[in-house]
Design a protein around this ligand. Sequence first.
Ligand code: PHE
Ligand code: ZN
Length: 882
Amino acid sequence: MRTDQDQPVRLADYQPPSWLVETVDLDVALHPTETRVRAKLRLKPNPAAPAAPLALDGDGLTLRSIKLNGAPLAAENYAATPDRLSIAQPPRRPFVLELETVVDPTANTALSGLYRAGDTYCTQCEAEGFRRITYFPDRPDVMAVYTTRIEAEKSEAPVLLANGNLTEAGDVAGTTRHYAVWRDPFPKPSYLFALVGGVLGHVADEFVTMSGRKVALRIYVEPGRESRADFAMDALKRAMRWDEEAFGREYDLNIFMIVAVSAFNMGAMENKGLNIFNDKYVLASPETATDEDYANIDGIIAHEYFHNWTGNRITCRDWFQLCLKEGLTVFRDQEYTADQRSRPVERISDVRALRAHQFVEDAGPLAHPVRPEVYREINNFYTPTVYEKGAEIVRMLKVLLGADGFRKGMDLYFARHDGQAATVEQFIACFAKATDRDLAQFMRWYRQAGTPEVAVTLSHDAKAATCTLEIAQMLPATPGQPVKEPQVIPLALGLVAPDGRDLPLRRADGRAVERGVLVLTRPAETFVFTNVPQRPVASLNRGFSAPIRLTANLNADDLRFLAAHDSDAFNRWQALQTLAVTLLIDNVKALRAGQPMRQDAGFLSALGAIVADTALEPAFVARALTLPTEADVARELGRDVDPDAIFAARNALRTAVGDALGPALRDIYRRLSVSAPYSPDAESAGRRNLKNVALDLLAASSGSAAIAIAARQYASADNMTDRMAAIATLSLHPVRERQAAIDDFYRRYQVDPLVIDKWFALQAAIPEAATLDRVKELTRHPAFSLGNPNRVRSLVGAFAMMNQTQFNRADGAGYAFLTDTVLALDGRNPQVASRMMTAFKSWRALEPGRRGKAEAELRRVAAAPSLSTDVRDIVERSLADT
Ligand code: PHE
Ligand code: ZN
């Protein structure tokens, strides 16, 4: 752990490492409280850096012995503290350093370094966990070849795994112990090191690569859970094939392993050849996992697998370059999902998530560039900005360069940088080189925080048959960046004629509109199109070609027209969202002014037309019927946010939709209530989603009849998706059926922690005043534990992040509960504590009463006598003035 006294780390201060490590030989004797770690490092001076003393990172380590070139090192020749090992005058040539440290995996509640998930020994080394195992130059530009010997009691850890290929295994003669030796021939940074030991079951399969090599596949899970790993295995094989087909990338070791563990700070980790997963993203059965769970597993298995090339073979030079692997790999997993499922539906989901998390982050005190220039705690930069906005930047490259140009750039990147620790500049240089373009201005996307605001004004000249778009871009100030420069914005567009067809785009200046994309580069510019006899409707930022906030002079009729006719499915959805958000914002303002809310018959009929359009895929219709969330409305309001008014306006709209579309929704529900056996495929999931959205809207309007249907669906469902959807609908209504279902759910699933997480989250999200007390009570439930991140996220996280009205209670009690929890958790698990603290990221946008309460809680945390760097960093940035 970094300490409070540590200085911030700056990109501008980067220096190459003075010492390189060629090989690491680890010998780890697992023990619950005293695991002995021997590390033999073959060090050599870096020819590209000035000579310097040797300084290795540590974190809470105890050094037991140290040898240099085989001889014990005298005490005056080195200095060891828990977080540093230095040798002032090391040899000026390659040498071997042998270290012995002892660590206590059972006491490791931070879940970084070597720890125990239940009884299983496992490691988590990204970003700086390896230094909690042994002293090491723990930075990603030091890449070494690792050999790992693990030894353990056979009864305690019959399964012993590490990165690479197994080279040797056997019993330790004369003892009850055994060992295994793994060798990873690919040089890698320490953050990709992993080992696992425990009592584990597994499923096995095989993959034949494009060049005909056989790769053994293994997924390790808690014994008895093997069948729940079948879907993950299927996803893995599809991901491996896709990376060959879409990017020409083949897997490189003889074996690829995934281990599911019950306690994990994040989603999963791409350790070379040995991915370690939060079990939530591996285990699935129709009875215990929802369609959403299946989709998450598919995407995350793919994401971690794709890191093998984007992250592992080519890694990051330093942690400022985190988006180099994360943004690119998110882009790759999104493309995989789009190919496996439905491209427009995937894009809608990705953009919803981007707006819900990244746009909000970018508009508040925690805003930072996709490539930050300074950090106090790197763990706080695994953010929606680095991941999701990072992926959007890669997507824009593809839009700008076209599919072929993009692929050429990627190929060059793999060819040039394989085996290296690279930078964002090097990545972008490959695209510039491969397509012969100047991408200097494009680099601003990495350096400037904030979401660009683009305003478009369309005018039409009937006499000249021209159509003019005046487009202005503005990037708002963000912390530390008061002044901004214009960015390169690829704006995909169409001009839709009154008959619904796209007009050919002919620019008056004769320049072509390549692939239908206008490339904005200046604060304001004008584009004139010719041969436009009638006023068209502009369909702008099609497919969400750039991550911007767009305003245009489109009226409600134009938006309804686009909802019905746009050839771009994303913009059909977007038009409906814009209509709904506009209505909701008007009504929130009316409510706050004590005036009546308005109805929008036009919006309702536009939705009705979507529902009646049988050519549309059910998953798309379901997305169209899903109204903007309370958080969406809060974000669009941007200031003086009153969550109660938003809730009331949104509820009224849900009722209005249910009323207006009642017969159609009932028809959908009937038509899609099939009794075919459950299958997690995207089409079936889309039908279930539509059916359940219809039920939820019916319950919002007609009350008891729909409640009875939901209660019946809850009781008779043969899969978790339908059961969960039914109970979620019930949970929004204070009816007797609700409590019965909640009690029944616990009885059914109490042996299954991942399902009990759904039970926690469901109750935490109930938008009623009694919820806070219920959540507090549930923190004392035997199934809850502050020691398990999944439990914390599903109860406390769901309350703080999903329940807008109750977290933001006017009396501030929701905020106080969150800060109490954070303070209780911080000493145990700073990473999860600081994650929870980000629930305050929009506090400045609240109406004054709540803003004052939130600020008081933030100050209470800031004043706590001892805080982790993680939480301190989040709190101080949240409170900072600029
Ligand atoms: N690198 C992981 C991923 O995105 C995320 C992670 C970060 C996991 C830090 C653990 C710790 O795939
Ligand atoms: Zn990742």
